[in-house]
Design a binder for this molecule. Structure first.
Ligand SMILES: [Zn+2]
Length: 130
């Protein structure tokens, strides 16, 4: 006869069908005689049967709520927003320049893609382009 301490770590595994047949039989036999372990098994079954929480894994609103009062974070976020705007503007500018280059210098056989000289020179961030 196994005692509760030996059985309980195996309860979840048993419900998951991860025990061997003999192990399972020992567990089930114990559950029939032990009210406490049987209770725990019932709770595990309820946990198993419960549908997975749908949106609770989306922690982002919680995280945001926690960091919202942080002024430093706020200014960082603002800076990031600005940088994003800047990148969008730059990307438009590059597109226009590429377009202009294509029209100004129609050299056949030579690709104009990524062929703007100042892009080549830029080894740091895209913000160096300005
Ligand atoms: Zn027990």
């Amino acid at each position: 006869m196994m005692d509760c301490d030996a059985i309980r770590p195996n309860l979840m595994a048993m419900l998951d069908g991860e025990l061997t047949q003999p192990e399972r039989q020992v567990c089930e036999a114990h559950l029939e005689t032990c009210r406490e372990c049987s209770q725990i098994a019932t709770e595990y079954r309820a946990i198993q049967a419960a549908p997975p929480p749908p949106e609770e894994f989306d922690v982002w609103p919680d995280v945001q709520a926690q960091i919202a009062p942080d002024i430093q974070t706020q200014s960082l976020l603002a800076e990031m927003r600005l940088m994003r705007e800047e990148m969008r503007a730059l990307s438009q500018e590059v597109t226009q320049l590429r377009q202009a280059l294509k029209q100004a210098a129609p050299s056949p056989g030579r690709s104009t893609a990524l062929d703007l000289p100042y892009i080549r020179k830029s080894t740091h961030s895209p913000f160096q382009l300005v």
